[in-house]
Design a binder for this molecule. Structure first.
Ligand code: SAM
Length: 275
């Protein structure tokens, strides 16, 4: 037996023959200290609906439930994991709902119950995680359907999410995250904490939506940052040529010889609002 009265995770993985599949980015977290730490980082779960993406054999799911998650809705693409998740669901009646399917095709705002806080928690393959994060950051409705996001990324990606202007890691991801949230790296996770171990160190990022982000059209902000950072070594008058170039920059009072990574988020917003 384990801390929660369920069989140890290794036994669950063996019994259900859940050999990790590379194509699904499966690196399972079996370390209870770490899954517990992620659950604590996510904040108060006792009144929240937790949306967990990619529960796999359920290690993090079990930590979230043990830390009092009122209700978890978990989306898992790998059908092999469903029987193991069903065992957890029976152990915590009414608290875990598993939706088999692809998170990239999921309508997340519809999973929220009006008036109840939602916290998103996930240890996902990195490409899926980045794509979902960008979607969640660019939600049309703001404040958005979630109260926080606690997500695992490769450390290099985590550093891009929390990057400040002037740093080499600052780019489109940092502008979007900083525009709409307060984001911080909560802690790093070494490769050997996972089964099988990935090649690089990972980090857990915690993001809380800003109540009132600077007003900007999401589409325009995306286009400006994409063009500016697409040629990050060039001066802005060159990289933004197709979007108004020097005229636009002068209109909003930004020196056209500056480069993208020197611009603050407020300056990007000004450009998006004039473009
Ligand atoms: N949460 C578990 C843990 O921490 O041990 C598993 C993490 S593993 C890195 C990623 C999980 O996401 C796997 O269970 C995988 O099957 C699932 N997954 C991968 N792509 C997915 C997608 N597009 N939609 C939903 N789940 C996905």
């Amino acid at each position: 037996m384990s801390f929660d009265g369920l069989p140890p995770l290794r036994e669950v993985i063996d019994r259900h023959e859940l050999r990790a599949k590379k194509a699904l980015g499966q690196n399972f977290l079996l370390d209870l200290n770490l899954t517990g730490k992620i659950a604590r980082t996510a904040g108060d779960l006792t009144r929240a609906t937790v949306i967990e993406v990619g529960p796999g054999p359920g290690g993090l799911t079990r930590a979230l439930l043990a830390h009092g998650a009122r209700k978890i809705v978990a989306i898992e693409k790998d059908e092999r994991c469903l029987a193991a998740l069903e065992e957890i669901s029976q152990h915590y009646p009414g608290r875990l709902e598993v939706l088999p399917g692809d998170a990239l095709k999921t309508d997340f705002p519809r999973l929220a119950v009006p008036g109840e806080p939602v916290r998103i928690v996930a240890n996902l393959p990195y490409n899926v995680g980045t794509e979902l994060l960008v979607r969640w950051l660019t939600e049309k409705e703001w404040p958005p359907f979630y109260q926080s996001m606690t997500l695992m990324f490769q450390r290099e990606v985590a550093q891009r999410i929390v990057a400040e202007p002037g740093s080499g890691a600052y780019g489109r991801l940092g502008v979007l995250a900083g525009w709409r949230t307060n984001a911080r790296i909560a802690f790093d996770v070494p490769p050997q904490a996972f089964t099988p171990p990935p090649k690089v160190t990972s980090s857990v990022v915690h993001l809380v939506p800003r109540a009132e982000p600077l007003a900007a059209d999401v589409g325009k902000l995306g286009k400006i940052t994409e063009a500016a950072f697409g040629q990050r070594r060039k001066m802005l008058r060159q990289s933004l040529k197709g979007l108004g170039g020097e005229t636009l920059l002068e209109k909003v009072g930004i020196d056209p010889t500056r480069r993208a990574e020197t611009l603050s988020i407020e300056e990007f917003v000004r450009l998006a609002n004039e473009a």
